[in-house]
Every structure is written in structure tokens, then in C-alpha cells.
Design a protein. Sequence first.
Length: 340
Amino acid sequence: MRRPKSQGDLTSFQEGRASRPRGRHSELSDPQLHHRRDQLVQIFEGSWSEIGWELQRCKKADDLIRIFAPVSVPGSWFRDAMIIFWRPSREPASGAILRKVRAEWHALAKPMYAADESNRRAGEQLQQVNQALTQAHGSSRRIVKRARKKRRKEAWKAAEQYRTLFNNDRRLQIRLRDLESSFARHEFLCFLKSKRYSLRPLNLANATAGLPCMGWRQSMRRSAKAPCVIATGRMYQIFKAIRYLTLSANKKTENGLVITIEDSIPSLPSRYQLPKTELAEKWFYLERAIRKAYRTKLHQKALPFEITKQYFKQLQSQSQVDMVLAEQARITLSKPHPVA
């Protein structure tokens, strides 16, 4: 019987073990760490309108459960990647406690394997004796019965030994899972409070990719060595453009906000070329999002997050009528040249 894998040991995204000449042993190689970082970049950017403002207001480690649980949709590919941050735990953890429990769990591997082999052999030997008993007669039957009694005792002892180790293994797995979640959230909060890096998806992914196998500083240092080619994708670019438009817009009235943003889209800087084109083509949905967000009476700094969230909701629920109306409401970015 092979030892079951622990969710707490993060085996889902580990394919091997790192070999490092100095420092504490790491369970993640650089390729594994960078793959994990890239996963988190996609998740954080895709849900930034929902989590970005909440992360700015995060005060306690357990606040992360409330922030991340709603975006970890059951059945989604990133649910397993995010579970370490939102899974509730019963025990606070430090790095020292986590390393100690992890070492205890790893130390059980060899005894578990040996006990499993002994249990298997004892079971096979008992089965052989039971089969022999069906064929034995006369004096040989009494001898086989004595042998069966001995084999039964050996099988019971082997099974009991394996059961004890198995229960210890299971207990340590459960505790390790709790400790890893507690440690990951604690380190996540330490990064948020450090203020050493701007709060954006790539920095966040670099700092948290190695959790809970290492602290956030080591994760940041190792992750940042490799560029992330998928960073600043479409959804995050849209958010950044909406934030830029909102910061300089007239927020005194709903109509003032709408008109200012509509007038500003054609003059967005060149670094916002992709969102500029999309927002102009889909102005119908953006206007709806702006009005819905404005009516929520949120803090002004939260407004770009809410507008972006409402914008993507509008796109996901658009009807055939909406598509026709959106076509008519498009913003023209450049006037056509007059015909000679």
C-alpha cells in the first residue's frame, strides 16, 4: 500500500524536490515555483476587481478566508490552487511548528512502508494456512491448526501495528493541513502589511507562490528571478484603464462621472491601447457598470474595482438585445477621412 498524498503537502503542483546547496531544504524547485506563480498571476488578475480593494482593507489573517472563498468557485481550475488561503484551520502556526510537524510526518514514511509489508506478508501466510487446513486430514490437521493459530496471532499483531501507524499518519496529515493554511495566511498578511512592494497581482503572486513551503520573502526573492510572460493580461489591463479614467473623472454626480469617462476614453494614453479599443466598442456595458457602481455609494477608492466587477458581469450576462444596443452605442475613436 502506497502512502496517501497530503493536500497540505502541496503535492498537486510538485513534480520533484529541489536540490539546493545551502539554506533550509525547500520542497519546491524553481520551475515548480514559477509555474505556481504563473497560476496565481492568472487568478489574481482575473479576480482583481473582486479582491483588490478587500486586500487593501485586510486587517487579520482570517479575513483572507472571507476574501478568497467567494472567488474559489467549486469546479473551477483554480479552486485547488487557492484552497491553502481560504481553508479554515483550528491551530495557529509558526514556521518552526510547521517544520517540526512536517518532519514528524515525513519520518513516518519508512515505518509505514515496513508495517504495510509485514501486514501484507502476514495476511498471505494466514491465507496459505487456511487453504492448507481445508486439505489436511488426521494428525497433519492438528499440526496445521496450531500453525494457523500462530499465523493468526502474527497477522493480528501486524495489522494492529499498521493500524496504529496509519492513524498517526492520518492525524499528522490533518494537523499539517491546518498548520499550512494558518502559516500561509499569516505570511500573506505579513506581505500585505510590509508595504515593501506595491499591491498588484504580479507582486502578490511572487510573494505567495511558495507558501506554505517557505516564507513570503523567500518566495518573492526566488520567484522574481524569472520574468512572468503572462502578467498584465486583458482583465487587469481593463481594470487599470478604468482606474485611470475614474481617478480624474467628475464624481460629484452620476451623470458627471459617466460623461467624463465617455469623453476621456478616446484620449487614453498609448499604454492603454488594448482596453481603449475594448471600452470604446463596449461602452454600452461600461456605462451600465458605472451607473450601478456609483449607486452603491462606495468609498471613492473602491469605485474602480466595483465598476470593473460590474463591467465583466454585464459582459457575461449580455442578451441579444444588449448586443444590438451595444453596437449602436460604440464610441468612435477616430473620424473617417473625407472622400475626395
